[in-house]
Design a protein around this ligand. Structure first.
Ligand code: DNO
Length: 385
């Protein structure tokens, strides 16, 4: 595996030199300042590339070129937005950056309810708590019809929890869900969020899959022509939330995806944390099955709880068998004769991370360094054994 680290650009407290010291050789980043749906211009791409290469690193993967909501909804100016996307593909290819990660999650990108959840050892982790989610939906955003998406037990617990919450707790929960997470496209307020969600009222899972298929049939030929691979990121968490359809959560969904366009350019970002939060996903089996389409790896481990909650555990602990996962990855790399870019996905806040202000949640320096070092050791151990 090629070791990479995500970098959020100049505003990131983790610098390119830090990434070098972590032992990574590749960087994963995006033009975070460009509005969703606009064209990425060559000079802007080149500037970031120069900066990365200036310290002797490589821009291994773009994460992400986001997909405009109108494309997901197939409405309004979606055709223009798709043309813009095609132009961005041509432009990044022109600059010789040929790997693009994207997702097709409606309205929200990844979602957590707690960004700094304290663990027994004093470090903090990201957490998705089903009861907190129910509190948010019922008492903070007042979503009509949410009851059918939760068990009575969770709803009862949500009622009790809400009564004990301070105003600050409520604000923290709202911010965690709507504006806390790095890499997401927009910070949202409740009214805007509600309006965006209402656009999906009549969009079923199948409709959204049709819209994804349409988008891919438009852009994949351009990607192919330019030697670019597209790698979809699975939905995180891998379940419908807030009544929104989520369509990339399981083996069946990935089967559908690869069938939309039969091309190696129509690929997958295999995120073991996102897919691992669904207990029905057999990750090593899925790696084998989709081996020709996996272009990018996000390695992390979640600890699943009975009611659908989970938290992000240390990379080698948690509910997924990281040994079996890395073994499968090394096997497919050998078979395909490729080296796949991998990034240690997220990490706890620990040691000096805990003193750093304005950290990007999940993207701490030391926590990810620990994850990367553990994964590096695991991989070396397996390949030498
Ligand atoms: C979270 C990330 C996601 C990912 C996008 C890809 O840490 O893995 O935000 O970048 O979903 O488009």
């Amino acid at each position: 595996m090629k070791e990479t680290f995500r970098w959020f650009g100049k505003s990131d407290q983790v610098t390119l030199m830090d990434i070098k010291q972590a032992g990574a050789t590749g960087v994963v980043t995006a033009l975070h300042h460009i509005s969703n749906g606009e064209v990425w211009e060559v000079d802007e791409i080149e500037e970031v590339k120069r900066e990365i290469e200036g310290v002797g690193l490589e821009w291994s993967f773009i994460e992400s070129i986001p997909v405009h909501e109108n494309i997901k909804l197939k409405k309004g100016d979606y055709k223009k937005r798709i043309e813009n996307y095609k132009q961005s593909i041509r432009n990044v290819a022109h600059c010789n950056v040929k790997n693009i990660c994207y997702n097709f999650m409606p309205v929200l990108d990844w979602t957590r309810t707690q960004l700094f959840w304290e663990l027994e050892d004093g470090s903090t982790a990201l957490r998705f708590d089903k009861v907190d989610m129910a509190v948010f939906e019922k008492y903070i955003m007042a979503r009509v019809g949410l009851e059918k998406d939760y068990s009575q037990e969770v709803l009862d617990k949500a009622k009790d929890r809400f009564q004990t919450m301070t105003e600050q707790d409520k604000k923290n929960l709202e911010d965690s869900i709507l504006k806390g997470l790095p890499g997401t496209v927009d910070d949202l307020t409740i009214p805007v969020f509600k309006e965006m969600i209402s656009e999906y009222e009549h969009i079923s899972h199948d409709d959204l899959k049709d819209n994804l298929s349409y988008f891919l049939n438009e852009v994949i030929p351009v990607a192919e022509e330019n030697g670019v691979v597209m790698a979809i990121h699975p939905d995180d968490p891998p379940m419908d939330i807030m009544g929104l359809p989520r369509i990339i959560k399981s083996e069946k969904d990935l089967d559908d995806l690869v069938g939309f366009v039969d091309s190696p350019s129509n690929g997958i970002t295999f995120c073991t944390g996102s897919l691992g939060a669904n207990q029905n996903n057999d990750l090593p089996k899925m790696i084998e099955k989709f081996k020709d389409r996996i272009h990018f790896l996000h390695l992390r481990n979640v600890k699943r709880e009975e009611d659908g909650s989970f938290y992000e555990d240390n990379h080698l602990e948690g509910s997924s068998d990281m040994y079996a996962i890395v073994q499968s990855i090394l096997r497919i790399e050998k078979e395909r004769n490729v080296v796949l870019p991998m990034r240690p996905d997220h990490g706890h806040q620990m040691l000096s991370d805990l003193q750093t202000k304005n950290n990007y949640a999940g993207y701490s320096a030391i926590g990810r360094l620990r994850g990367l070092a553990e994964l590096r050791g695991l991989s070396l151990g397996i390949s030498r054994a």
